[in-house]
Design a protein. Structure first.
Length: 111
């Protein structure tokens, strides 16, 4: 299996795990969106909570230049930590939600 396909499977594993443990006390639901052609993967919350429209991004990642880019991470533990736990090297994870100048001291890939 090539690296890009492996990374896609790991990302989807993480997104689906978060979707499965989402609280069910509202009519909002978590939805995994995967665009394998553009290599973008998201976990979104959509629906209604009480009388308010609920819509928001929980996680947004992509695969670019053989690296996993984390564009948004609304989780407590952190998608980067989950990827490290699954064996992805630090130098193949880009914390894209941080400014490029901050990434240089993060220990992760620069992008």
């Amino acid at each position: 299996m090539d690296q890009e396909r492996r990374y896609e499977q790991l990302i989807l594993q993480i997104l689906n795990a978060h979707r499965a443990k989402a609280p069910r006390d509202s009519t909002a639901e978590d939805v995994v969106l995967a665009d394998s052609d553009a290599k973008h993967y998201q976990l979104l919350t959509v629906g209604w909570e009480r009388n308010s429209n609920a819509f928001g991004c929980v996680i947004h990642t992509s695969i670019q230049n053989d690296k996993i880019w984390i564009h948004y991470d609304g989780t407590e533990y952190g998608v980067a930590n989950e990827l490290l736990d699954l064996g992805v090297p630090k130098d193949e994870i880009v914390l894209a939600f941080q400014p490029p100048t901050t990434r240089t001291s993060s220990g992760f890939a620069q992008g």
